[in-house]
Design a protein around this ligand. Structure first.
Ligand code: PA5
Length: 444
């Protein structure tokens, strides 16, 4: 079970702050469970851990087994919500060096999440001489970055295995009925998986979007879903004992008190991409109508030697949410040095986990003394069940938070602005007038 500690938040807020949030939370909770709020067409994730498509789930497991048996590498093509969840789970549960440490699993390369020719060429070089498969993931099927990358890897597969051979190595995860990728997958006969209509990109990690790459990495997706289902049952109960209510209440009250930035602080390098997933979840859900906490992340203790100075003494605009995994998977004992050159013999024989624990305790107190409220979230372990729980916890709390802020937590209208400018500047048909205006502004 996750454990949320708010003892280092309350001193920064007026007495009775929890009570002040209760009414809003009751309403937000009803919006999520009864579909009475803005964006209610996108609540498919709320019951997903129990109500997922079991037949498709079995197909995902079968496809993952096939990939594991016939591919040394899997290229996962997608961006934003069609990318971050899979990478977050794979790295958190294995390592940020997954491709170096994996044993019987294929290497996993992520592509189509940017426009760097160098990055794309690097993945091409890494896979061209090994057996590989491709999982292209795009709900709309029209997002430029993954569409461009897919053209390239499709051609590479067809050249290497023939059109027919490539067909057996391409897995398309997209809308059930609409879109360019859906049309292509149907006409080419690729194996298809569905991004459910009622699940937006940033809430889609527990659908085929995340589950196929995660299963291909050898991770137990049944246990992941079981952890999420456990959280779903727990968080469906309204009231101030609900940890998602507590987290949403604390961050909302801190925001109202003037904090503008929430920093997610992790202590495991493997957790880095989970923080990226979390940033998208909260950034896209809350950052609109001139409102919303800015979600940032740091990795301790490394970032104490870079961002630590600012956190301790810079502008007092942030609070921290610290993620602590309760158990380290492995142990390292600090050796004795007869010369004691570094003066660290007082630590001889102690485990590194002991040092890390004292560091965490000391850092929290230092930051609190520096005026940074701290939320501490302890996660039982770096295992599938715990991570499933954590994913659902953050999703549910994010829905509550968006409604507390009185925004639609399930749309992202601002994402279109850059796309429209890019299409215009690239000369996409239909954008001629906008192109001329932009070129003029750019002095072209
Ligand atoms: O959260 C979102 O909706 C976005 O991040 C999308 O997931 C992202 O833009 C990719 O979209 P698509 O899956 O349609 O290619």
């Amino acid at each position: 079970m996750l454990n949320l500690d708010l003892s280092n938040v309350s001193p920064f807020l007026p007495a009775g702050w929890r009570t002040g949030e209760e009414k809003g939370l009751e309403k937000a909770h009803r919006h999520l469970l009864e579909g009475t709020g803005a964006g209610s067409d996108f609540l498919g994730w709320v019951r997903l851990p129990a109500d997922y498509d079991k037949i498709e789930f079995a197909r995902i497991q079968k496809a993952a087994e096939k990939i594991r048996s016939d591919s040394q590498a899997l290229v996962v093509i997608g961006i934003g919500g069609s990318y971050l969840g899979a990478r977050a789970v794979i790295e958190t549960l294995t390592s940020n060096n997954y491709n170096l440490t994996r044993k019987d699993s294929p290497a996993i390369y992520f592509a189509g999440n940017g426009l760097s020719a160098d990055a794309l060429n690097e993945v091409i070089d890494l896979v061209k001489d090994v057996d590989f498969s491709v999982n292209v993931i795009s709900k709309s099927g029209t997002t430029t970055e993954p569409a461009v990358a897919f053209r390239i890897f499709k051609a590479l597969l067809e050249e290497k295995y023939s059109k027919e051979g490539a067909r057996g190595r391409i897995y398309a995860t997209t809308d059930a009925k609409r879109g360019a990728l859906k049309g292509l997958a149907d006409s080419e006969g690729y194996e298809e998986f569905v991004v459910p209509d009622a699940v937006g990109g940033r809430y889609s990690v527990l659908t085929a979007v995340g589950l196929l790459p995660i299963a291909a990495a050898g991770i137990d997706i049944t246990a992941l879903m079981a952890g999420a289902a456990q959280a779903m049952e727990q968080l469906a109960v309204p009231g101030m004992d609900n940890p998602a209510w507590q987290y949403a209440a604390a961050r909302h009250a801190l925001y109202q008190s003037g904090k503008k930035v929430e920093i997610l602080a992790g202590y495991e390098p493997a957790f880095r991409f989970f923080a990226e997933w979390w940033k998208q979840l909260y950034g896209e859900s809350e950052g609109k109508e001139g409102r919303g906490l800015f979600p940032a992340s740091v990795e301790f203790t490394a970032d104490l030697h870079s961002m630590g100075q600012y956190i301790q003494q810079g502008e007092r605009l942030m609070f921290e949410t610290v993620i602590c995994f309760d158990r380290a998977r492995t142990k390292i004992s600090i050796p004795n040095d007869p010369e004691n050159v570094d003066g660290l013999n007082f630590l001889s024989g102690k485990g590194l986990d002991f040092v890390a624990e004292q560091a965490l305790r000391g850092i929290i107190l230092a930051h609190v003394d520096g005026g940074v409220p701290n939320i501490l979230l302890t996660v039982p372990g770096r295992d599938e069940r715990s991570l499933g729980e954590l994913i659902y916890f953050f999703e549910f709390a994010c829905g509550l938070s968006g409604y507390l802020l009185e925004v639609n937590p399930f749309d992202q209208p601002g994402v279109e602005a850059y796309k429209n400018n890019m299409y215009a500047l690239l000369g996409k048909p239909g954008y001629e007038k906008q192109k001329a205006e932009l070129e003029k502004r750019l002095g072209g």
